[in-house]
Design a protein around this ligand. Structure first.
Ligand code: ADP
Ligand code: MG
Length: 602
């Protein structure tokens, strides 16, 4: 076939495919236009999951009658004049593509009246062909009515998901925008039934309830953080509220929803070691920064952005979230690990990791105020076995300055758990998780000097260098990370295709099989998306420690058991392993007394 220019109509339909993927994309584009027009009230009507009708009506600035035809032309926009302007975009739209795309794959009617015009102008466009503009009576603002989406591109129609899915997409999209623009009143109707009605009075909690349900919304923590020109607002879940995937992590940058792997990673970083493996927070964040700091023109649907200084942005987001999580912690001095938690770095909040319900709420672990136990039913004085309860002051002094309670070893059971007595009852310690935590903190400590700067981790040369063969992907990954590995105390060098020579391991891992140490690293890289360098280091260390830690099923000598408890006591976050699982379960004296019926039921 000879080369030919595509007919205009076909070219538009192809271009439209980039912008208008599905009904929700139409809703998104029209909603953004209404927001750009400065609307204070927007009504979205959807019928037949958006395939029959999407109509968006706003009370914004309107389109002058003599520009209405142009509005629907490709690359026609009122939001951008020169390439220069691209570097400081403050509107959601700027490419002048949406209306052109939508009108080429539907039957669209645009009715618009600017404030100072006597009448509205109306334009009907079918599959890209427009009729004449007519004058009609209508209120100030714009109504764009999109009917029979994809009627002329049946291939598209076939690829749409079920009506239920498309409707949910639209619900969730509009609700998220409503949350991002709480001062705009937004109503959504699906098949004439109200699906969302916000008041426009800036009440985000209200909209949050529409997004997640009242119960979840109530639990969400508020995020609010400002540093120079950066600001972060939004909501994030406490560590007790999680999902099994990261789909509930929503990010807006300068009022536009974006999907950004690294930003998502910044969110996860804030929760690092606080959540069980495979659990993710619910988060909706609104990040604002000067428009020239972010390039929004990198993706067809603008779902991705590029930051000028991504490191700064990511650490700002992580810090902002941590601050919100921190603020949700119990008041200082209320937890019997209080002293440790206050001094600890971020990891100190591990005590919020949920314990099984039968163990009672974390509150049970708090030091009773003035020796009373507000959470117990009033017990008769003669039933109080007071001699077994240590006075508050003694307990506090015992733990002051330490991250974990002082533990007296009782023994090992099932070659997996250590049994210990602590200041307030019985502790069961998972030897593997505990050892992981101990190794992890030692390695992290070696890795950062007193001022918190990265330092080389001491390494231990192997008596005989070990040859380790890896799959091709693994070899490439290791090759990319050689400097980091060096830094972590590994001495590794390429040794022909697919093989490495390991000359030294981090001193802490002495005795570990070099091949498995190296394989752990490769697995880690493969699973990762694009972690931040700092997080990568922490993750590698965590992974290596997991492999190096004693396993369940390993019988430990009494000395080893004692040493492990002792090391755990001096950890900053002794209550969870680096992956977020608990290292210890605490059965308080209270609980034992209640369980044995010495104190009456709770
Ligand atoms: P963009 O939003 O990128 O400029 P669009 O194709 O979405 O491109 O819209 C083209 C132009 O039509 C806009 O620049 C704007 O001037 C005008 N327009 C579209 N929708 C509206 C609206 N709801 N209110 C006022 N003007 C609108
Ligand atoms: Mg637009």
């Amino acid at each position: 076939m000879a080369i030919q220019l595509l007919p205009q109509e076909v070219a538009s339909q192809i271009a439209a495919g980039e912008v208008v993927e599905r009904p929700a994309s139409v809703v998104k584009e029209l909603l953004e236009n209404a927001l750009d027009a400065g609307a204070s009230f927007i009504v979205v009507k959807v019928e037949g999951a958006g395939k029959r009708l999407v109509e968006v009506a706003d009370d914004g600035a309107g389109i002058p009658p003599d520009e209405i035809e142009l509005a629907a032309a490709r690359h026609a926009t009122s939001k951008l004049r020169s390439a220069e302007d691209l570097s400081h975009i403050t509107t959601l739209g700027f490419r002048g593509e949406a209306l052109a795309s939508i009108t080429s794959v539907s039957r669209t009617t645009i009715t618009s009246r600017p404030k100072n015009a006597a009448n509205a102008a109306r334009l009907r466009i079918e599959g890209g062909h427009s009729a004449a503009v007519s004058a009609v009576g209508a209120p100030v603002g714009t109504v764009v009515r999109v009917e029979d989406l994809f009627y002329n591109v049946p291939a598209r129609l076939k690829f749409l998901k079920s009506d239920g899915t498309e409707k949910r997409q639209i619900d969730s999209l509009v609700t998220r925008y409503a949350l991002a623009y709480p001062r705009v009143r937004i109503h959504l109707f699906q098949d004439e039934k109200p699906a969302l009605q916000t008041s426009g009075n800036d009440n985000q909690r209200e909209i949050l309830a529409a997004l997640y349900g009242a119960d979840v919304a109530r639990q969400m923590l508020e995020v609010w953080s400002q540093e120079d020109a950066l600001s972060l607002r939004g909501f994030t879940s406490p560590t007790s509220l999680t999902r099994s995937n990261r789909r509930e992590i929503t990010l807006f940058v300068n009022g536009r929803p974006v999907q950004d792997v690294a930003l998502t990673q910044a969110v996860l970083q804030a929760y690092h070691t606080l959540l069980m493996v495979g659990r993710y927070p619910l988060t909706i964040l609104f990040l604002s920064l000067p428009p020239e700091e972010v390039d929004v023109n990198v993706h067809p649907t603008k779902a991705e952005v590029r930051f000028r200084d991504s490191r700064q942005i990511f650490s700002f987001v992580t810090r902002g979230l941590k601050k919100a999580l921190m603020a949700a912690l119990p008041a200082p001095g209320f937890d019997h690990l209080g002293a440790g938690i206050q001094q600890a770095r971020w990891g100190g909040i591990d005590s919020t990791v949920p314990m099984p319900a039968w163990m009672g709420p974390p509150r049970d672990e708090r030091t009773p105020v003035d020796g009373e136990r507000p959470f117990l039913p009033p017990a008769r004085p003669e039933e109080m076995p007071t001699e077994t309860v240590q006075p508050t002051s003694l307990r506090q002094s015992q733990v002051s300055g330490l991250g974990a309670p002082i533990l007296r070893l009782v023994g090992q059971i099932a070659a997996a758990y250590l049994v210990a007595e602590g200041p307030d009852g019985l502790y069961l310690v998972d030897q593997h998780a505990a050892h992981e935590r101990v190794l992890y903190e030692k390695m992290i400590a070696q890795h950062l000097d007193a001022a918190g700067n990265p330092e080389k981790i001491p390494s231990q040369a192997l008596l005989q260098p070990a040859l380790v063969e890896l799959p091709a992907s693994g070899t490439r990954l290791i090759a990319d990370q050689l400097p980091l590995l060096q830094h972590l105390g590994f001495q590794v060098e390429p040794f022909g295709p697919g093989a490495y020579l390991v000359r030294a391991l981090p001193a802490l891992l002495q005795g570990m099989d070099p091949a498995s140490a190296l394989r752990v690293l490769v697995e880690d890289f493969e699973e990762d998306e694009t972690p931040l360098q700092a997080e990568l280091e922490a993750r590698i260390i965590a992974r290596v420690c997991k492999r190096a830690a004693v396993k369940a099923g390993q019988t430990l000598s009494v000395e080893e058991q004692r040493a492990l408890l002792h090391d755990l006591e001096s950890c900053q976050s002794p209550r969870t392993c680096p992956h977020g699982r608990p290292t210890m379960i605490h059965l308080s004296v209270d609980l034992l007394e209640r369980q044995f019926g010495r104190r009456g039921a709770r």
